[in-house]
Design a protein around this ligand. Structure first.
Ligand code: GTP
Ligand code: MG
Length: 452
C-alpha cells in the first residue's frame, strides 16, 4: 500500500459469528494457509489480521471479480474469537470494521453468539453480509471445489438442493426475527436495505468467489467515500498483541485503521501504568495473505498506510498493553495525544472488591472478558491486570483473608521465575489456562473442594 493521500484506504472486514461456525477456516481458505489447525482447543483466542491483496481476491473469485473494475487495494480481514467470553474483544472488532461477514453454520443455524454478533453490528451500524457456511455437509452433497455457488447449486440432486434451501430459509427467517430483511444475495438489489446471504463452504471453497465479489462490490459502491480519506495523516491503531522479537525486544502487533505510521514517528501507546511515549525504530509488515498472529517473516518498510496489520518495534514497549490504542503524534501536541490515549483507556475498567482473587491476562480485551466471566460466576476480583505473573501479584494474593481468595487466575500468561518461588513460600494457589471458561470452571471446582 502506498502512503500518498490519493490511494484508497483498504476496507477492514471483520469476520464474526458463533464458536466453531468456521470463521478461521474461511479465512484460511481465502489466504491459503492453515491457522485454524494450530490453535489451542481450536478456539481463536486473539483478534488477528490478514491483508488480502486485490490480486488474490480476483484469482479466487475468477470470473466474478474483474480486477480492472476496482481501485481498492484489497481487503484487510480481522478474525475474531467466537467464545462468549470474548464479547468485548469482538465488540472492538465490530467497531473497528467497515463491513462484516457474519458466519453461520447452515445446519446449526442461529446460536447465542450469532445473535450477540448481530447486536454488535446493529449497535455499531456496521453493514454486513451473511456467510451461510458448511453447505458441503448437506447429505448427498456433490462438491464442486472452489466454484461459484450457482454452478454448485445446479450440480446437486433435487433432494440435496431442497435440504439446503430449507436451511437457508431458516437463516433468512432468523434474520427477519432480528429485524433485518434478508434474501439470497443474488436476489438482493440494494445491499444497504437488505442483507445478502451467501451460501458457501470454507472447506471446499464453493461460494467463496461469490462472497469476495459481494464484499468488493459493496466496499466499492457504498463505502468509496469512506475509503477515499487522506491516509497520509498521523496513524491511529489498536494493539493486538505485545510480543518479544529477537533483536527488537518488545514489539507491538497493531491494526492500523487510519492514517500512516512512519519509521522515526513519535507514538503514544496505552501502558500498564501510564501512556508510553516512544519513537518508532522499525516497521515490520507481514507478507500479503499472512496472518499477523502466526507470521514469522516480515518485510521491513519505511511507512505503512491504513488499513494494515503492522508490527512496530520501538524502545520502552515492555509495559504496553494489548487492546490499547496507538496514536502517531506527528504535527500535533504530544500532551494532547497522551491525554487522548488516557481517556480511551479510562473507558475500559474492571470492577474490583476489597476481597477476591487476583486476575492476570495477556490483553486488555481478554482481561475485560475474564472480568465479565467472573462477574457472571459471582467471583469477586481483588485486582486485575495485564501481564505475566510477577512476585508482586503473589504478594497481593497472599494478603487475602480466605483461602478461596488466596488465588491467582492467569489467562494466557507466563509465571516469572521469582514469582514461582513466592508461590511455593506463600502457598498461594495458581490456576492457568488459555480457555476462559475452563479457567473459571477449574476455580469453581477448587472452591467446591474447599467447602467439603
Ligand atoms: P472460533 O475461532 O473458536 O470462534 O471458531 P471458528 O468460527 O473460527 O471455527 P473454525 O474455523 O475453527 O472451524 C470449526 C470447525 O468447523 C473445524 O473443525 C473446521 O474444519 C470445521 N469447518 C469450518 N468450515 C467448514 C465447512 O465449510 N465445511 C465443513 N465440513 N467443516 C467446516
Ligand atoms: Mg476461529
Amino acid at each position: 500500500a502506498g502512503a500518498t493521500g490519493e490511494s484508497l484506504r483498504t476496507p477492514i472486514v471483520a469476520v464474526l459469528g458463533h464458536v466453531d461456525h468456521g470463521k478461521t477456516t474461511l479465512l484460511d481458505k481465502i489466504r491459503g494457509s492453515a491457522v485454524s489447525e494450530g490453535e489451542a482447543g481450536a478456539i481463536t483466542q486473539h483478534i488477528g489480521a490478514t491483508a488480502v491483496p486485490l490480486e488474490t481476491v480476483s484469482n479466487m473469485a475468477g470470473s466474478l471479480v474483474d480486477p480492472t473494475d476496482f481501485d481498492l487495494p484489497g481487503l484487510l480481514f480481522i478474525d475474531t474469537p467466537g467464545h462468549h467470553s470474548f464479547s468485548t474483544l469482538r465488540a472492538r472488532g465490530g467497531a473497528l470494521a467497515d463491513i462484516a461477514v457474519l458466519v453461520v453454520d447452515v445446519n446449526d443455524g442461529f446460536q447465542p453468539q450469532t445473535v450477540e454478533a448481530i447486536d454488535i453490528l446493529r449497535r455499531t451500524g456496521t453493514p454486513f453480509i451473511v456467510a451461510a457456511n458448511k453447505v458441503d455437509t448437506t447429505p448427498g452433497w456433490n462438491a464442486q471445489e472452489g466454484s461459484p455457488i450457482k454452478q454448485t447449486y445446479e450440480a446437486q440432486s433435487d433432494r440435496a438442493r431442497s435440504m439446503l434451501d430449507e436451511n437457508l430459509y431458516e437463516v433468512i427467517g432468523n434474520l427477519s426475527d432480528e429485524g433485518f430483511s434478508a434474501d439470497l444475495y443474488w436476489r438482493v438489489q440494494n445491499f444497504q436495505k437488505n442483507i445478502g446471504v451467501v451460501p458457501l463452504s470454507a472447506i471446499t471453497g464453493e461460494g467463496i468467489p461469490d462472497l469476495l465479489a459481494v464484499l468488493m462490490g459493496l466496499s466499492q459502491r457504498y463505502m468509496k467515500e469512506e475509503m477515499a480519506v487522506d491516509i497520509s495523516g498521523p496513524g491511529k491503531g489498536t494493539v493486538l498483541e505485545v510480543k518479544e522479537e529477537k533483536g527488537f525486544g518488545a514489539t507491538l502487533d497493531v491494526v492500523l485503521y487510519d492514517g500512516t505510521v512512519r519509521e522515526g514517528d513519535t507514538v503514544v501507546v496505552g501502558g500498564t501504568n501510564e501512556p508510553i511515549v516512544t519513537e518508532v525504530r522499525a516497521l515490520l509488515q507481514p507478507r500479503p495473505n499472512a496472518e499477523i498472529r502466526t507470521e514469522k517473516r516480515f518485510d521491513k518498510v519505511d511507512s505503512v498506510a491504513a488499513a494494515a496489520g503492522v508490527k512496530i518495534a520501538a524502545p520502552d514497549l515492555d509495559e504496553a498493553m494489548a487492546g490499547a490504542p496507538v496514536r502517531v503524534v506527528r504535527g500535533r501536541e504530544r500532551d494532547a495525544v497522551v491525554e487522548e490515549v488516557r481517556k480511551e483507556l479510562a473507558q475500559i475498567e474492571v470492577d474490583t472488591e476489597e476481597e477476591g482473587v487476583v486476575v492476570k491476562a495477556d490483553t486488555l480485551g481478554s482481561l475485560e472478558a475474564m472480568a465479565n466471566a467472573l462477574k457472571e460466576a459471582e467471583i469477586p476480583i481483588l485486582r486485575a491486570e495485564v501481564g505475566d505473573i510477577a512476585p508482586r501479584d503473589v504478594a497481593v494474593a497472599s494478603t487475602a483473608g480466605e483461602d478461596v481468595h488466596r488465588v491467582i487466575l492467569g489467562f494466557n500468561v507466563d509465571v516469572l521465575d521469582r514469582a514461582e518461588r513466592e508461590l511455593d513460600e506463600t502457598g498461594v494457589k495458581l490456576f492457568r489456562d488459555d480457555v476462559i471458561y475452563q479457567l473459571v470452571e477449574e476455580y469453581d471446582e477448587y472452591v467446591e473442594e474447599q467447602k467439603r
